[in-house]
Design a protein around this ligand. Structure first.
Ligand code: ADP
Length: 272
C-alpha cells in the first residue's frame, strides 16, 4: 500500500493553479494511487489580513528562517483563511472532479501535533528580540491511524495548518515541514512539493538556473541558494529523506499535470 501512496504539498503563493493541481490529483486517484494533499495559503492570508487591517508581520530567526508572527488575532484570521476558505475551495475542486476529499486541519483529531514554542527569537533592525505571544510550533507527531482509516475508506485527505499543541492549542506550523512529517510517518515513497517556481533555482529568479538533481548529502550546501521561504522547503525535504522518504520533488504548480511531471522527474529531484 505504502508504495502507491504519495504526499503532495501545494503552496499558497500567488500564481498557483489549484484547478490544474486538483485535476491531476483526480487522475492519480482514479489510477489507484492514494494521495494525501497538504496545502498552504500564504498569499491569500496576506491579502485578507491587509483587508482586515492587520497587515502581516514576518519574523526572521537568527539563522535566517522567516515565519509569520501569529498572535491570537492572527490565528483567528489564519483559521478563517487556511482551514476555512482555502481548505473548503480545494475540497470543492476535488469533489467536482469525483474525488471524495475530506478537509482536516491539524488540530482535528490531533492530526498534526507538536510543542508550542514558549518564546521565539527574532532579529529586527539588527537587534535580537524575544516574542512571547506567538502561537507557533513544530509538528512532531502525526495521527497516522486517522489518515489510514480515511484512506482505507476511500477518502482523500486535504490537510492544512494549524496544528495542535501538546496542550491542545491551535498553533501555526510550517506546511512544508508538516508535509515532510506526514510523508515519513505514513511511509510514503515520494513527497511532491508544488510551488510557483519550477524548482530550486541556483540564481533565483532566473528559471534557466533550475537545479535538476540534488543528493541528500549536498542539501546543506543547497540551502545557500534558497532565500526566504524556500529555505523551509529545503529543510522539509531534508527532514523527509532523513525520515525514510525515498524522493522529494519540487515542481511548478503553474503547469498542467504537475504531479505527473514531478513523478516523471521534472523539477528538482532530491534523493539519498
Ligand atoms: P509556497 O507558498 O508555494 O509554499 P513559498 O512562497 O513558501 O511557496 O516558497 C517559494 C518561493 O521561494 C518562490 O516563490 C520564490 O519567491 C522563493 N525562492 C527563494 N529562493 C529561491 C530559489 N533559490 N529557488 C526557487 N525559489 C526561491
Amino acid at each position: 500500500m505504502a508504495s502507491t501512496m504519495i504526499v503532495v504539498k501545494v503552496g499558497g503563493s500567488a500564481g498557483i493553479q489549484y484547478d490544474l493541481v486538483c485535476e491531476d490529483i483526480a487522475t492519480q486517484v482514479q489510477a489507484g494511487r492514494q494521495v494525501i494533499l497538504v496545502h498552504g495559503g500564504s498569499h491569500e492570508m496576506d491579502v485578507i489580513s491587509e483587508k482586515l487591517g492587520k497587515p502581516p508581520r514576518v519574523l526572521t530567526s537568527p539563522q535566517g528562517y522567516t515565519s509569520r508572527y501569529t498572535d491570537s488575532e492572527t490565528l483567528d484570521i489564519f483559521a478563517m483563511v487556511y482551514a476555512g476558505k482555502m481548505n473548503t475551495r480545494i475540497v470543492e475542486r476535488l469533489q467536482m472532479r469525483g474525488v471524495n476529499a475530506i478537509g482536516l486541519s491539524g488540530i482535528d483529531g490531533r492530526l498534526l501535533e507538536g510543542p508550542r514554542k514558549a518564546t521565539v527569537r527574532a532579529v529586527e533592525n539588527g537587534h535580537q528580540i524575544i516574542v512571547r505571544d506567538d502561537y507557533t510550533g513544530k509538528v512532531e507527531k502525526v495521527n497516522t491511524a486517522l489518515l489510514r482509516m480515511l484512506l482505507e475508506a476511500g477518502y482523500t485527505p486535504v490537510i492544512t495548518p494549524p496544528a495542535c499543541s501538546t496542550e491542545g492549542e491551535a498553533i501555526n506550523v510550517d506546511g512544508d515541514r508538516a508535509a515532510a512529517m506526514i510523508a515519513s510517518a505514513m511511509g510514503a515513497r515520494q513527497l511532491v512539493i508544488l510551488s510557483n517556481v519550477p524548482g530550486l533555482l541556483r540564481h533565483f529568479p532566473d528559471e534557466s538556473t533550475l537545479i535538476p538533481h540534488i543528493r541528500y548529502a549536498e542539501l546543506e550546501q543547497s540551502l545557500t541558494f534558497a532565500e526566504g521561504r524556500m529555505k523551509k522547503k529545503v529543510l522539509g525535504a531534508s527532514e523527509a529523506i532523513a525520515g525514510g522518504v525515498a524522493q522529494v520533488v519540487f515542481t511548478d504548480a503553474r503547469i498542467a499535470q504537475p504531479i505527473q511531471a514531478a513523478l516523471d522527474g521534472k523539477g528538482t529531484v532530491i534523493e539519498k
